[in-house]
Design a protein around this ligand. Structure first.
Ligand SMILES: *[C@@H]1O[C@H](CO)[C@@H](O)[C@H](O)[C@H]1NC(C)=O
Ligand SMILES: *[C@@H]1O[C@H](CO)[C@@H](O)[C@H](O)[C@H]1NC(C)=O
Length: 439
């Protein structure tokens, strides 16, 4: 029997209840469902990701019917085809492009300068790893170019300058001088001169054309303190002293700070950070291998509004301080992966205490090999309906008992990772008792 066809509007209405990933799956059901998924209400905030090629020229032209969109274009270089791609973007998407990212590219200054002045609605610009742009040091050296770019990028909110080998005070200032209202800045993996500050004791030195200095970074933070909320200094050699001075920039009130892999940071510098930036909601301290329970306690005491905290790969972190952390009512995401000494006991203690308590949605205990069934059993009971995602990869002593507790107490769980939990059996995953041998 033929199934009656639903009207397109009804299918569109049904699709409006789905997440983008589920909508994509549903759009594969049939031509009609595909057509419904192309409704304009689902196209408002799309990111298109493709490599630069001749065929992308048509694609870009086709995108001009979207009211706004984001582009990620890979492998642009100095060729005439790449120039044509950038030209096409300026010509067809100029005033509607929200975000532009050019990973794995080596574009020339001149082709980017031909494009930027046309991107008048741009909110996010990702230039990470684009060494070709900064190598000569001449990017934006002409005042007329800066003026054009400044007009276009006046409301840019997010600038990603991570992994740029040749960024210097001079080029950094020229570019950020065109973006006066930044909310987020990434300098992850850049060579910033924290330790050796060539201007120390020299208050009005010239901008360096050779390196990016802490002094210069602080100047930007000061200038844009009223808008700046997010800073990423991951994988830099930031020293404890430098973190203190960044945390104490006048007027700066950060919501997000990423310091992944800043191996020199100490507990006392994190204590100063938490004291001076109490509004932090997202803090990534993963792979800061010198940190101990004192840093955990500093977060628990100082950052009452924290939502996302990563302490991953901090081998010296123990259970100590985790009970206090569990009293932070806004904490939603906690990453303790590869904190090898964590057993979960203090987390259980904290979650058993009277309110306020964290309502965790995402927790990772990946490679915390001291986590046992008892801890998972208690955590599952205490976290109940809030938990959406749980990573127990390589918690090698967990058995089927943990699986049963998870199935019983975590009805809202959407993602569960149990890779390398070698004691867990098929029977456990099926929710059945293993039949006794010989029966
Ligand atoms: C568009 O997507 C970005 C992140 O991808 C999100 O922050 C923003 O809120 C979205 N805007 C709308 C109108 O959905
Ligand atoms: C916070 O954590 C959640 C879950 O891991 C993640 O989806 C979200 O992007 C994180 N937010 C920020 C701002 O990092």
């Amino acid at each position: 029997m033929e199934t009656p066809e639903l009207p397109l509007e009804i299918i569109t209405y049904i699709l409006s209840f789905l997440k983008a990933s589920d909508r994509r799956e549903a759009s594969l059901a049939s031509r009609r469902w595909y057509d419904a998924s192309q409704d304009f209400q689902f196209q408002r905030n799309l990111t298109f990701n493709f490599p630069a090629s001749i065929s992308s020229l048509d694609l870009i032209r086709g995108l001009s019917r979207h009211p706004c969109c984001s582009l990620v274009i890979n492998h642009l270089d100095g060729s005439s085809m790449s120039r044509a791609v950038l030209q096409q973007i300026g010509c067809h998407l100029g005033p509607q492009l929200k975000s532009l990212s050019l990973p794995g590219s080596s574009v020339t200054e001149s082709s980017l300068l031909a494009l930027l002045p046309q991107l008048t609605a741009l909110r996010r610009l990702d230039l990470h790893g684009l060494d070709s742009l900064f190598m000569s040091g001449a990017f934006l050296s002409r005042e007329d170019h800066r003026q054009q770019v400044r007009v276009a990028l006046a409301s840019l909110e997010e600038l990603d300058l991570s992994d740029l080998r040749y960024l210097s005070d001079l080029t950094f200032n020229r570019l950020t001088g065109c973006t006066p209202r930044l909310q987020r800045l990434s300098l992850a993996g850049c060579h910033i001169a924290f330790e050796f500050d060539p201007y120390r004791g020299c208050p009005v030195g010239p901008d360096s054309s050779a390196l990016l200095s802490l002094r210069n970074l602080r100047r930007l933070l000061q200038e844009q303190a009223s808008t700046l909320q997010g800073l990423d200094l991951s994988r830099t050699s930031i020293t404890p002293e430098s973190l203190r001075s960044v945390a104490q920039v006048e007027g700066l009130s950060l919501k997000e700070l990423r310091l992944r892999g800043c191996k020199e940071l100490t507990d006392s510098s994190v204590e100063v950070l938490c004291k001076h930036q109490p509004g932090l909601q997202v803090l990534d301290l993963s792979a800061c291998t010198e940190l101990t329970y004192r840093a955990v306690l500093a977060v628990a005491v100082g950052l009452k509004g924290i939502r996302n905290l990563s302490l991953s790969r901090n081998w010296r972190v123990t259970d100590k301080g985790l009970a206090e952390l569990m009293a932070l009512p806004d904490l939603r995401t906690l990453d303790l992966s590869e904190c090898l000494h964590v057993t979960g006991a203090e987390a259980v203690k904290g979650l058993s205490a009277p309110e306020p308590r964290a309502r965790l949605e995402t927790v990772s205990f990946k490679s915390c090999t001291y986590i046992r069934d008892l801890a998972v059993f208690s955590l599952a009971q205490l976290l109940g309906s809030s938990l959406r995602e749980l990573d127990l990869t390589s918690c090698v002593y967990l058995t089927d008992l943990s699986v049963r507790a998870i199935a019983t107490y975590l009805p809202g769980l959407a993602v569960l990772r149990l890779g390398w939990c070698k004691e867990i059996t098929d029977w456990g995953l099926l929710g059945m008792e293993e039949p006794a041998k010989g029966v």
